[in-house]
Design a binder for this molecule. Sequence first.
Ligand code: PTJ
Length: 252
Amino acid sequence: MEISRDHPRYRSLVVRERMSELVRQGVVAPTGLIAHGRGEAFDYMLGERTTDAAALAELAVAAWLLEARRPVITINGNAAGLCAEGLLSLARAVPAKVEVNLFHRSPERVEKVVSYLESLGGRDILGRVQSSRLEGIASDRAMCCTEGIYEADVVLIPLEDGDRAGALVKAGKTVLAIDLNPLSRTAVESHVTVVDELTRAVPNIEKAVRELRDDPEGRKKLIQEFDNARNLRLSREAMCRTLGLDPDGGRA
Ligand code: PTJ
């Protein structure tokens, strides 16, 4: 489809076209478009900007990634479709392993997403062979790589479903989420939740990784002082302000 650059929603339309094309290629799941639409709606409420609360969470994510002994970044179809290059670049900067882990899982789709990342320069992408299981999930969505998610101490999960986020927390991992919905189970159960759009959040986190690399004291302070429940409340309040609502109820 031809999209005019003058269209006020040009970027959003271009991304939608790319996601639809990636559904055709089997990289993005068909229901991934629904998840994307939900994300767009929340981003609208956020004012399509990185709030102060999100910026702080991005710093905390960077601090945790740098403090980790075995950090892993998981990538699903939507994350690949939206931000593959950014996530690969972040993984190199940390450095962290990358594992493809899908909600709508089939060996064919895993292969497609891994190959897609490799076509964009990704190296040593995990996911083709997943022989360990996360406890607490009955289906084969529990499968993960032994040398990836299974052995990780810190896991960054962009756009994850609540079941798996919860299972990762129960497995004793520090879970860092990027999710525009501050009410989702993923957002609530994770240790750090960045309520920001993925393509804004990931470069911000990479910038913070570079800033904090030689600042161990700064990293420790961020980790100690970060309060996810408080940060989620600030994100919800930011949405209320965009909507002209009083966060404590009624109209502002
Ligand atoms: O590729 P697969 O098979 O692993 O499937 C991926 C999806 C995303 C379809 C699957 O994980 C899923 O169904 O996820 P959920 O439970 O719909 O959760 C997706 C969350 O991501 C929702 O809370 C959305 O608000 C949020 N989200 C959507 N787009 C963005 C986003 N958050 C940040 N940036 C976005 N661009």
